[in-house]
Design a protein around this ligand. Sequence first.
Ligand code: AHR
Length: 610
Amino acid sequence: MSDRLIGVFFEDINFGADGGLNAELVKNGSFELPPYRLGWKAIGQAELSAGRDAPASSGNPTFLRIKGPADGEAGVSNEGFRGMGLKEGEKYAFSMLARTTAGRSVPVTVRLVSEGGETLAEAEATVKGSAWKPVTADLVPAKTDAKAHLDVLIQSEGPLDIDLVSLYPHDTWQGRPHGLRKDLVQKLADLKPAFFRFPGGCIVEGSELRYRYQWKSTIGPRTERRPLVNRWNTEFQHRLTPDYYQSFDVGFYEYFQLAEDLGAEPLPILNCGMACQFNSSELVPMDELDPYIQDALDLIEFANGPVDSQWGAIRAAMGHPEPFGMKLLGVGNEQWGPDYFERYERFAQVLQQAHPEIELISTSGPFPSGKHFDYAWPILKQIGVPIVDEHCYAMPDWFLREASRYDNYDRSGPQVFMGEYAAQSVAICSPNNRNNLRCAVAEAAFLTGIERNSDVVVMSAYAPLMAHVDAWQWTPDLIWFDNLSSYATPNYYVQQLFSLHRGDVVLPLEIDDPRGSRQPGGRIGIGTFDTAADFRDVTVTRGDRLLLKATDLPAAEALTIEGGEWTTDDGTLHQQTARGDSQALFGDTDWGDCTIRLKVRKQDQQGGIR
Ligand code: AHR
C-alpha cells in the first residue's frame, strides 16, 4: 500500500488561515487593504486618515494617522476576525510601530475590551518624535471572551501614526512568536497526515490572474508581505465575506515548516498560467509562460537548494538551512481542457529535465461532472503524467457506489491522487450541507476502495479542511472552530481511522460470485445504444447498476441524458430519470434478476430531443 495514502489539503477558505490557523488576532494590522480602515473603526472624536509619507515598511507603505481632540479620549478599535478570542490569564503580545511629529510626545493606551465593553487588560506607553519605533506590551486578560476587541487610544491631539499592529498569544504551536493556533495544528498532527497539500485550491488560480497566489510574495520578513484579496471574498453559496483577504502571515515558509512539524511531505501547488475557470477564462499566452515555470524552478531551489543558492539562502535566512525535502509539485489546480494540457506539458518538459527527482501532479478538472474527466484521462495518459489529481464533491450514494471505482482502473496509465473529496449531505455545494454520519460512513466505504487499490490510488485528502463557524463559505468541512475552540467532525474521525491504521500490503482476495464470472464491482459493457431505436433489452441481476454514457458526442458539448424506463419480467413498468453532463447512473433500484427494456432520450441544453 502507498505510504502516502492519507494526507491533508489546506486552503485559506472559510477563514482557514487568517482568523484560523494564523494565531494573529488583529485584522488588517498593516492598513494595506482597500479600504485601508477595513477591520478598524474610530473611537470618540478621532479623525482617521491613511498616510504614505516616509512609511515604516516599503512593502506595506500605508499607515494610519490618528488625530484626537485636545481633551478627551480618542483612538481606533480593531474588530479581529469576527471578534478576538482571549483566554483569561494567558499572555498576549501586543506590538506596533508608532511615531508622532518631531519634538512631540503622545501618551498611548492599549486596551483589550470584552464584547460587553469591559476592560480585560490595559497597557500604557509614550510615543516620542518622528522616527518609527516599536511599542510593545504583554497583556493578560482578566476574563475569557470569544468576541473581544483591541483599542489603541490617545488623550491628546496627536497626531499618532501607527502601522503593523499585532496581537497574538504567546501560547502558539511550538511556542513560535507570530505562530500558529495550537489547537488547530494539534488536530492536524493527530491525523498523522502523510502529506500536506497547500495553498489551494482555487486561491492558487485566483478569480483573475492578478489575484493568483504568488509564493514569492509570501516569504521573507512578514512586514514586507503585501496582503491580497482572497478568491473566496465573493458571494458563494449565497454568503458574502467582503472582508476576506490573505495577509500571508502564513506563507510558503510557514507551510513547509508546518508540513515538517506534522511529519508530512510538502505538496505545493502552483499556478500554471490560468485563472480559475469557474470565474474567468483568463490565460497567460504560451509565449509568456516562462516566468510561471521559473517560479516552479525557484520554488524547488527555495525548498531543497543549498544555502549558497539564491533561494536556498532566503530559506536559510528565515531560519531553516536544512532543505525541506520536497518531492512533489502540483501544476495547476482543478483545471481542464486543451489550454491546461499544453501548459502542463510545457512545465513538465522543463521541470522533468531540470529536476527528475520531483514528481509532478496534474489536475483533471472537477469531477464527477464527467465531461472534463473522461476527456482528460486519455490525454493525460498520453502526455505521460505521473499522478493525476481527481476532485470529487458528490452525494453519499456516489461514494458508496464508487467504493469499487478503482477495482478495474487502468494500471498502465498515471496514478491517482484523490486530492479533494467530501460527501455532500444535501446537494453539491449547498450551504445546508452538514458533516453527518451518513456522509462519514459513505466516505469510509469509499476509502476501503482506495485502500484496496492503493497501487493505483496513491494519495487522497478530504476537502475543505477547516472552517470558522462565523465566517465560512463552503460546507461540509473537516474541522470547525470558533475564536476559542475547535472540534472534529465524524468525517475527521474517518480520516483519522484510515490514516492511523493504514496497512502495509493488500492481500489478494477472490470472491466466489454466484452471479457469474464478473469481478466484484466490475462492469459489463452493453455496447452502443442506438437512441433511434425504441428500446433495447438488457439483462441485469440484483445489485447491478446501469451507467449511460454519451460517448459519441464531441467532448466540449454539454448534454443532458434523461430518462430510464424499463419493464421487469413481471410486467411492472419502472421509470427513473437521471441527469448528467454526459452520463447518467441508475443506481439504487432493486430490480432483482430480470431483463429490462430500456429507453433513452438525449436532450440538449435547450431541451430539444435528439
Ligand atoms: O475545496 C474547495 C474548492 O473546491 C477548492 O478551492 C477547489 O479546488 C475546488 O473547487
